[in-house]
Design a protein around this ligand. Sequence first.
Ligand SMILES: C[S@@+](CC[C@H](N)C(=O)[O-])C[C@H]1O[C@@H](n2cnc3c(N)ncnc32)[C@H](O)[C@@H]1O
Ligand SMILES: Nc1nc2[nH]cc(C(=O)O)c2c(=O)[nH]1
Ligand code: SF4
Ligand SMILES: [Mg+2]
Length: 202
Amino acid sequence: MEVVKSFPVMEEFYTIQGEGSYSGRAAYFVRLGGCDVGCVWCDVKESWDAEKHPETPVAALLEKITATKTDFVVITGGEPAMYDLSYFVDELHKLGIEVAIETSGCYPLKGDIDWYCFSPKKFKAPVEDAYAKAKELKVVIFNKSDFQWAEDHAAKVNDACKLYLQPEWSKEAKMLPLIIDYVKENPQWRISLQTHKYMQIP
Ligand SMILES: C[S@@+](CC[C@H](N)C(=O)[O-])C[C@H]1O[C@@H](n2cnc3c(N)ncnc32)[C@H](O)[C@@H]1O
Ligand SMILES: Nc1nc2[nH]cc(C(=O)O)c2c(=O)[nH]1
Ligand code: SF4
Ligand SMILES: [Mg+2]
């Protein structure tokens, strides 16, 4: 099998994980280009066309990552599960670095990822693999119907999976009060906010 040793990389940055279970933890983000899911409210549409982003060797990524003090890499996109991440993740593990993925779950994961954040989308159906692998289910709430939609997905994930509702950024003023009420009534869910946007960091 072909070993994938480079990816189209849109950007990389050392920051604070803003969302979900690891919110608040220092993390080195690698954003891969390419996504065919087409979310109307996607906050990084510039990532969609893989060809707009330079093919970057894993060796070059590792060099920049190890120049920081990080012990945690988040692979995001675009849709990072479109790519075989095995080699990149194995090399990170050799360095003692934990690896998380942010994914829509639309592709079967290739790579020994430590933390699988599954954020399903109405615009393209996830694969079955996502429900088994998910360590956290993070559903973006854009309108009222998304609460029931979130429950439909929660019913399918594994028992250990943590459940998060995250307001769509532009709808936050309207949806956050509803999310707060919902979580008070359904305490198996937690709220995830895009805290990096408040902190005005990448
Ligand atoms: C840009 S996506 C990239 C990774 C992958 N394609 C996915 O959707 O999970 C990273 C995270 O941001 C969330 N997200 C994207 N646009 C958002 C928005 N406008 N408001 C809130 N969350 C958003 C996604 O649901 C996902 O959890
Ligand atoms: N700080 C920060 N945290 C994040 N968590 C998920 C992000 C993503 O775009 O995948 C993201 C991001 O873009 N920045
Ligand atoms: S799946 Fe992720 S990157 Fe792709 S359009 Fe949706 S939010 Fe954006
Ligand atoms: Mg983001």
